[in-house]
Design a binder for this molecule. Sequence first.
Ligand SMILES: NC(=O)c1ccc[n+]([C@@H]2O[C@H](COP(=O)([O-])OP(=O)(O)OC[C@H]3O[C@@H](n4cnc5c(N)ncnc54)[C@H](OP(=O)(O)O)[C@@H]3O)[C@@H](O)[C@H]2O)c1
Length: 305
Amino acid sequence: MERVLGLAAGTLGLLILLKLIRRLRRQQNLQDKVVVITGASSGLGKECARVFHAAGARLILCGRDQKRLQEVSDELRSNSNGKTQTHTPCTVTFDLSNTSLVSSAAEEILRCHGHVDVLINNAGISYRGHILDTHISIQRNVMETNYFGPVALTQAILPSMVERRKGHIAVISSVQGKISIPYRSAYSASKHATQAYFDCLRAEVDRFGLEVSVISPGYIRTNLSVNAVTGDGARYGVMDKTTATGSDPAEVANTVLKAVCQKQKDVTLAGMLPTAAIYLRTLCPELFFRLMASRALKEQRPKQE
Ligand SMILES: NC(=O)c1ccc[n+]([C@@H]2O[C@H](COP(=O)([O-])OP(=O)(O)OC[C@H]3O[C@@H](n4cnc5c(N)ncnc54)[C@H](OP(=O)(O)O)[C@@H]3O)[C@@H](O)[C@H]2O)c1
């Protein structure tokens, strides 16, 4: 009995030690590192700002609304825990959907600390609508925000990373970057394009020692569906049940932090059903297409009758 108890205590001690070492390593990894987060004003981006700030990173928070970014920055400063040496974040305001503005924003980002260690392409917008009711300008607009914006920012920051032979680019894609579901065409297309671009990038910059992580979460409890755009450009304005019951954004932010610290190349953060659907799409596409067609019928939107 004594030996069993001793063994259990030893194992527990070892586990605690491993956890401490892991936490220390994360902090060492990120202490003083320059981390850019787009879409830092809300949702997952804001939670990423919290965890990277707590790990001692020098943050550059990006978004379209200076006031909201400043509020996030003020909140981080007031919540500093004292255990880690933290830094006051910088803020850079720009609209990712206007790619002509992105290179000057990148210059401003690079002026903050002279370089970027980690770029987290998080900002994004969702979409709800039937393809028949969706103007091409909406398809283009979602693509500008979710695909061309992050691509333009990445390409503007990339040369400085290549020159230093150092840097990590992470992008928040989605399970919908791996499978397409009905009434999400613009969003799903933009996330599939994101997955493809960053997979190519990873291969091309490997020889310079740069890292690329694509993180594909399932539903997260944020305002993404409320802020989604519809086929005629109006705001969707509804908190979908799937989003409301999604993962805690703080947990997803910790997964992003882990992906960066452990240099993970491709992370899918999904439950059993979406994971099975991803496999089904590859292994048995006919069945997957049939299931999606019946889902489309079930979720039929009013205008298409
Ligand atoms: N929530 C989910 O269920 C879910 C699931 C999988 C993946 N994701 C992905 O997670 C990422 C973060 O989304 P979220 O869930 O946190 O949604 P969110 O709360 O709506 O946040 C979106 C962020 O993107 C920024 N943004 C939107 N359009 C922009 C533009 N044109 N230029 C610059 N910034 C812009 C917004 O900032 P401002 O409005 O202040 O500019 C906001 O900070 C997105 O890439 C999304 O696709 C979300």
